[in-house]
Write a protein that binds this ligand. Structure first.
Ligand code: NAD
Ligand code: SER
Length: 332
């Protein structure tokens, strides 16, 4: 009994010390990540924030703050008011949208990150998570099984900002000891929130259209393979690297992260196993060139070796789950 009481006190103290701020909580990743963080660390210990309101689930399960990451004083005020110890900084403009507004996207992606790194240094925050992307790679990078270290010559607004961001993260760790941890997410596939304007969005849209209309016109060509991942795996990796012992996190720019690699034709075949009449057609747009500049598959053996990362979902397992969950959502 005594031991039980002692354990309870320790658990309470640990959660009281950890106070998380999620910036970009209304987006595709933030919607899932905020809920999982609240499940693991307590609703009261995870503050959600964004420029716009979040999903009902996020809004109702804990505190939500309207926040613009470009307003450094506003972010500082929220950190101090809530005694924040860790930040997951997700706010950014993704690859497709960034090509339409380069200056604005550079500002949000770079100045936003810079504000968070500066505040982490100034306020001595415990940890920062910041996501990079497969977009840091470019036309000269190895196309398949891309290693952690390779030529990096991104040719998109988004990719340039992610590569610069990686360098700043490593710089703040080396110069100022800011404990910043990052992952190069592949294209992420989920059913709770819409995808946010990226090149990999087709792999989310296709499930909605398959259920609604039994057909989908894809903005990438049929053989354009890209690295992808189901959201549950991405959330596990995100919390996994943040909870890893500090000495295990040896790379401070960002780790390669791999899940599944497929092209539009292959995901369509996976859907046809459940909806045989489903038809896909192809009408590549400006995002085709972006996709062609990125790797087709990623080698994440360094993340596996350093902090034990391993993905769980394959394409067919993901398709089954996506069709079930999107189906439920659309029938409400
Ligand atoms: P998203 O576009 O769905 O969400 C981003 C959120 O940031 C939005 O809710 C938006 O309102 C918010 N935001 C934009 N500007 C802001 C500002 N000035 N202040 C506060 N909030 C602001 O994007 P996502 O897919 O959830 O991506 C999150 C992060 O992960 C981004 O850094 C993105 O580059 C990275 N990433 C995503 C993917 C993916 O496939 N989803 C892949 C690689 C990397
Ligand atoms: N899914 C993202 C995008 O397409 C990759 O970072 O922009």
């Amino acid at each position: 009994m005594k031991i039980y009481q002692h354990e309870k006190i320790i658990t309470f103290n640990i959660s009281a010390m950890k106070k998380i701020l999620v910036i970009g909580a209304s987006g595709q990743i933030g919607t899932d990540l905020t809920i999982e963080l609240r499940n693991r660390f307590g609703n009261q210990n995870v503050i959600a924030s964004d420029l716009r309101n979040a999903s009902d689930e996020v809004m109702k399960s804990g505190v939500f703050e309207i926040l613009n990451v470009l307003d450094k004083d506003g972010v500082k005020d929220i950190i101090e008011r809530h005694n924040i110890t860790e930040i997951y900084h997700l706010a950014a403009i993704l690859s497709g949208n960034a090509e339409k507004e380069p200056a604005k996207s550079w500002d949000i992606n770079m100045q936003g990150l810079f504000n968070i790194l500066e505040l982490a240094k100034e306020l001595k925050l415990n940890k920062i998570f910041w996501p990079s992307s497969i977009a840091v790679f470019g036309p000269s990078t190895a196309k398949t099984n891309t290693p952690q270290f390779d030529i990096m010559d991104p040719n998109t607004v988004y990719g340039i900002s992610k590569l610069a961001g990686e360098r700043w993260c490593e710089y703040f760790f080396e110069k100022y000891g800011v404990d910043v941890r990052g992952l190069r997410y592949p294209g992420l596939i989920s059913y709770k929130a819409e995808a946010g304007g990226g090149t990999t969005d087709y792999a989310v849209e296709i499930y909605y259209e398959a259920i609604k209309n039994k057909k989908y016109e894809c903005f990438l060509s049929e053989n354009t393979a890209l690295p992808m991942m189901f959201m549950e795996d991405a959330i596990d990796a995100t919390i996994g690297i943040m909870e890893a012992d500090i000495e295990k996190v040896k790379i401070r720019s960002s780790y390669n992260l791999a899940g599944i690699s497929f092209d539009p034709k292959t995901i369509a075949e996976s859907i046809k196993k459940h909806i045989p009449e489903f038809e896909i057609t192809y009408k590549p747009d400006f995002r085709q060139a972006i996709a062609e500049s990125w790797p087709q598959s990623i080698n994440d053996s360094v993340a596996n070796k350093d902090w034990g990362w391993k993905h769980k979902y394959d394409l067919d397992k993901m398709t089954e789950l996506m069709l079930r969950e999107v189906g439920k959502k659309l029938s409400k």
